[in-house]
Design a protein around this ligand. Structure first.
Ligand SMILES: Cc1cc2nc3c(=O)[nH]c(=O)nc-3n(C[C@H](O)[C@H](O)[C@H](O)COP(=O)(O)OP(=O)(O)OC[C@H]3O[C@@H](n4cnc5c(N)ncnc54)[C@H](O)[C@@H]3O)c2cc1C
Length: 244
């Protein structure tokens, strides 16, 4: 049990389509923005745990997670139904290399996500350390519906704080919404629309691409980047974090 500390739920905010944000107070070891932890509960003397990315920056003591409730899922169901004051186990140690330290210097850092995969980027952008070495930051979140974009208000504020260095875009696959792009990330790269709208190229020598969330989105985007731009994980111009 030494690896686990008890966290206390401070707040839960629930949104359309069973998305929720959960805020937890727990004295865990220092983590690095972009990393994930494990949240757990005990069932029949067994620890059931799952990985969740921090959304809070590493200097904020209140831990924040952005989670999708999965029907019949073991842990997201449990978390969704917690109440203020409920206790839950959190790993003392944090994990993962989806962190800025691992990203080489370049002009443009593309932070591309689907769904709850926006989390680690918000942690990194909220912290705002070690980002001065990039000229441009691009934050992209793809979702089925605009109602799933539950950090848009905060993202606009973040964009203003970066004084033009941070460009943000919502991609919506199932609706036509003014100010967003409709479609799938890989297709929008393939037909050149994403680069045109952002106003910057996915350039082999000048860009690094981070991909986080749905494994299919990661696979399709990786394939198109390799085919069209000769970019790859092994060439160290793509970094990925798969959620399942
Ligand atoms: C490094 C890492 C970080 C993660 N961070 C987050 C996070 O910040 N927020 C979050 O919601 N999940 C995150 N996950 C996924 C999370 O660990 C759980 O798998 C998820 O909450 C489902 O757990 P469960 O026990 O409810 O369902 P399970 O019984 O474990 O069912 C898993 C199934 O649910 C689906 N699924 C899992 N996660 C998602 C998701 N986020 N969106 C859509 N479908 C999904 C997949 O089909 C998967 O096979 C992360 C996973 C990894 C590996």
């Amino acid at each position: 049990m030494n690896n686990w500390v008890i966290g206390k739920v401070l707040k839960i905010k629930k949104y359309y389509n069973k998305l929720f944000k959960i805020f937890i107070k727990a004295s865990i070891n220092k983590f690095i923005s972009g990393q994930f932890t494990k949240i757990a509960f005990i069932k029949k003397k067994k620890i059931i745990n799952r990985a969740y990315s921090f959304v809070n920056s590493s200097n904020n003591l209140i831990l924040e997670f952005y989670i999708l409730f999965i029907p019949n899922g073991k842990l997201s169901y449990k978390l969704f139904n917690l109440k203020i004051g409920s206790k839950i186990l959190i790993s003392n140690k944090s994990f993962g290399v989806f962190i800025l330290k691992k990203i080489p210097n370049c002009d443009t850092l593309w932070m591309i996500s689907s769904g709850t995969g926006i989390g680690p980027y918000l942690s990194i952008l909220r912290e705002n350390k070690n980002l001065e070495r990039f000229k441009n930051l691009i934050l992209i979140n793809s979702n089925k519906f605009i109602k799933n974009c539950n950090y848009n208000f905060e993202i606009k504020k973040l964009r203003d704080n970066y004084y033009g260095k941070l460009r943000v875009l919502n991609i919506i696959s199932q609706e036509n919404i003014y100010g967003t792009l409709k479609g799938r990330i890989n297709n929008l790269i393939y037909n050149g629309i994403l680069e045109k709208i952002i106003g910057l190229g996915l350039n082999y020598k000048k860009s690094h691409i981070m991909l986080c969330g749905n494994p299919l989105m990661i696979k399709e985007t990786k394939n198109i980047l390799l085919k069209l731009r000769n970019m790859d994980i092994y060439k160290n111009n793509i970094t990925i974090e798969r959620y399942w």
